[in-house]
Design a protein around this ligand. Structure first.
Ligand SMILES: [Cu+2]
Length: 69
């Protein structure tokens, strides 16, 4: 499935890349797109292997805020 999370705290392309790299390493994640301008991260993943909570936790672990919805 594909889900878009509202992510706060990203300020540049480096932040986008950090999120893309970290989330992309999670098992089951096939695609990650991040935009600091839109404060948005879109993730395509296999729901049998990973869930939105785990993805959000990974992003929070980098120091960014996540609001689901
Ligand atoms: Cu940055």
């Amino acid at each position: 499935m594909t889900q878009t999370l509202r992510v706060t705290g990203m300020t540049c392309g480096g932040c986008e890349n950090a999120v893309k790299r970290a989330v992309g390493k999670l098992p089951g994640v096939s695609e990650v797109d991040a935009s600091h301008e839109d404060q948005r991260v879109t993730v395509s993943y296999d729901a049998a292997q990973v869930d939105a909570a785990a993805i959000a936790a990974r992003i929070r672990g980098l120091g960014y805020g996540v609001e689901q919805g």
